[in-house]
Design a protein around this ligand. Structure first.
Ligand code: EPZ
Length: 422
């Protein structure tokens, strides 16, 4: 198991390049199931989640290869085992998004229920409701979702909104199933995240008939078959936002390449409100901060609201603002594993339900801390770069799930991160 030793305070200065989006690549890799043949996906980050997804596709009968450093090829000519095995699904919740494509391609699927998660309770009831609306018979047996559609799927009008708003992977599952259903499907309260828009664009390249791209109302006209795709995923907006926070928390200046500011308007708005300079240039932006950080109020919401996947990183940032900030988590009310760890680094965070009062402190102090979920871990890296002294972050595998060799990308711009295998 790897740990990070991170020494601070440092000032990050230089250029970083954003990788392709993990959360766009995962559902698009699942979309390869919908068409027989060889699909090619480019700009795919080299992450453990991508490897788990490749392993899962291979258990279905696909052949998956990684060519070069960012290309994944999926040969889905044969799918003879429509089963998502627990041993794989438990490693990555996003495995759930093979369910819709398998139902559409094979008429049946047996996929393990995803297990628990560090960021809180994550049901899949809306996924199952949506697929049931399309005509699938669904039951839970021995921890597995057993779904069948012997007569094929039939288009319906479906409301996919839940108590926390839209569902990203729930939209992906129902959308992919609907592309091969008979007739018209309307998905009301569809997720509008850029990763879903990327999936829609890829499905349309495969021959799917989809209207309402980027809107909460998707209208899909089922077709008899789809063809394999050659596609390149969008840049990872959460990685870009994490780099923006890194430049800010270290009072540095980073040129962030391959960054689509239009995907991060809520984040850029918050950064500018707290005194950060964000300058757009063709293909990216430059983020810098010299003066004191102002306080802010952040409520996480479905896109285009402030993303829950940047909540932890901005909590680290606001820990050094002058005064009290408020962070309200509306998507995953328990997504606060990082609070106790940041307090170990001398942050002053008070939790009341799904609200955190962030009382700014003059400085953070290095400490041994524990990574928990992907984004909480990134927040600890940010805090450690700003803290005085050397911090140790345990369970670095959480970070490796969503950030490719992050130390090799931050050290060249001034970070002092060493990875140790213990
Ligand atoms: C996706 O997860 C992302 N993962 C998450 O990123 C992200 O935090 C999340 O969307 C929200 O933006 C991937 O894309 C692989 P949801 P997903 O369904 O689709 C509730 C990361 O760090 N809900 O949009 O699983 C759910 O509990 C990861 O990269 C139901 O109630 O999230 C939550 O409160 C972490 N029933 C809300 O909806 C359901 O059937 C939004 O969840 C499904 C969801």
């Amino acid at each position: 198991m790897d740990v990070f030793h991170i020494t601070g305070p440092v000032q990050l200065k230089g250029t970083v390049k954003v990788n392709g989006s993990k959360n766009a690549a995962l559902p698009i890799m699942a979309a390869a199931i919908l068409a027989e043949g060889i699909s090619e996906l480019n700009n795919v980050p080299n992450l453990s989640d991508i490897s788990v997804c490749a392993e899962l596709l291979e258990t279905l009968g696909c052949k998956v290869t990684r060519d070069g450093n960012d290309q994944v090829t999926v040969d889905s000519s044969v799918i003879d085992n429509p089963v998502g095995d627990y041993e794989i699904v438990r490693k990555m919740r996003a495995s759930i998004c093979i369910l819709g494509p398998l139902l559409a391609r094979c008429g049946k699927a047996r996929v393990s229920m995803p297990g628990g998660c560090a960021i809180g309770y994550r049901p899949v009831d809306i996924h199952l409701m949506g697929l049931h609306e399309l005509g699938a018979e669904i039951k839970i047996e021995n921890g597995y979702i057993v779904a069948e559609a012997p007569k094929g799927l039939i288009g319906r009008e479906i409301f996919l909104g839940g108590p926390f708003g839209s569902t990203v992977l729930g939209t992906a599952n129902v959308l992919m199933a609907a592309t091969l259903a008979k007739g018209i499907t309307v998905i009301e309260s569809a997720a509008c995240e850029p990763e879903i828009t990327d999936l829609v664009q890829c499905l349309k390249k495969m021959g799917a008939k989809i209207k309402g791209t980027g809107s909460p109302r998707l209208v899909i006209k089922g077709v008899r078959s789809l063809k394999p795709f050659e596609y390149s995923v969008i840049p990872d907006r959460i990685e870009a936002g994490t780099f923006m926070a890194a430049a800010t928390i270290t009072s540095g200046e980073l040129k962030i390449e391959n960054c689509r500011l239009e995907d991060l308007m809520a984040v850029v708005d918050k950064l500018r409100n707290i005194g950060v300079i964000v300058e757009k240039y063709n293909g990216g932006c430059v983020v810098s901060r010299t003066g004191a950080l102002k306080t802010s109020q952040i409520t996480t919401q479905p896109y285009p609201g402030f993303p829950t996947d940047l909540q932890a990183q901005f909590m680290a940032l606001l820990s050094l603002a002058e005064g009290n900030s408020i962070i309200i988590e509306k998507i995953f009310p328990d997504r606060f594993m990082h609070v106790a760890e940041l307090n170990r680094m001398a942050a002053n965070l008070y939790k009341e339900g799904s609200t955190i009062i962030v009382s700014g402190v003059k400085k953070l102090i290095a400490a041994p801390v524990m990574a928990s979920d992907l984004r909480a871990s990134a927040a600890l890296v940010l805090a450690a770069m700003a803290a005085a002294g050397t911090s140790t972050i345990n369970r670095v595998y959480h970070i490796d799930r969503g950030y490719e060799r992050i130390e090799e990308r931050l050290n060249p711009v001034g970070a002092k991160i060493t990875r140790e295998n213990i």
